[in-house]
Write a protein that binds this ligand. Sequence first.
Ligand SMILES: Nc1ncnc2c1ncn2[C@@H]1O[C@H](COP(=O)(O)OP(=O)(O)O)[C@@H](O)[C@H]1O
Ligand SMILES: [Mg+2]
Length: 274
Amino acid sequence: MAVIALTAAKGAPGVTTTCLALALAWPRPVLLIEADVAGSSSILAGYLRGSIRHDKGLVDVALAHRRGSLLDGLHQASIPLQDSTVRLVPGPTGPAQAVTLQNVWEPIAGVLRGLERTGTDVIVDAGRLGARYGPTPLLREADVTLLTTRTTLPAIAATRARAATLREDLFAQGTGDDALALLLVGEGHPYSAREIKSAVGVPVAAAVAWDPVHAEVFSIGASPSGKFASSSLLRSVRAAASAIQDFVTGRRERLAPGSLVRDTLLRDTGATRV
Ligand SMILES: Nc1ncnc2c1ncn2[C@@H]1O[C@H](COP(=O)(O)OP(=O)(O)O)[C@@H](O)[C@H]1O
Ligand SMILES: [Mg+2]
């Protein structure tokens, strides 16, 4: 169905936690890509608590690309997450590995879009915006780029400062600036979606609840309590998964050839790209 990328302006709002939770709640098979170049797989060490030996990752995909077998490389670098239809591709171990990825992001973006034909969706943990050797081409090619933020004033200020640049980049180099939306972590703690949308000037596609206890199941592999399945976190993640799919579907309908909305937008903005 789609490529969904999550990134953040600043700090650690919960990008990795939300990516993993969304992937596990997703209604179709997911390839979850850790494209955060800050280093070392948060999911292998966190959620899986180092219990699985897997020494492959995106850097092996770069090597496979040199051999002309990028798709095979992606599959071989991935590991299945138990009791799910999620396969994880661990990220680079640090900046040294990230350098080797700089020319591979673009071909990877192309291959990821093609995965749709196999019924697999892709969720990308793109880490922090603007990181050196970061996965910018994945953000540009995604069906939706979710700028993830907490709802405190400092988080909103940082998000607002970066949103304008990201929007311009997606318009000029990506599939269009309407791919940009916010994902809120902890809506109402203290600001609401409506307040943040008007402060940042970007629509809110989805929100997940503020739930530090259950978030640790994903972030550090804490044992889930009996209340985990009915927790506010999981309920909000399920709702977020469905809101994100609606966002993607709505956008594709607007972009479909012959769409009245698209043609009007292009005419009004004087843009020529399709
Ligand atoms: N919805 C949430 N509610 C409360 N705490 C959260 C939530 N999502 C993530 N966290 C916590 O925030 C911290 C950072 O999460 P992480 O996913 O590693 O952030 P990032 O990938 O943005 O650096 C972790 O301690 C995690 O448990
Ligand atoms: Mg992270």
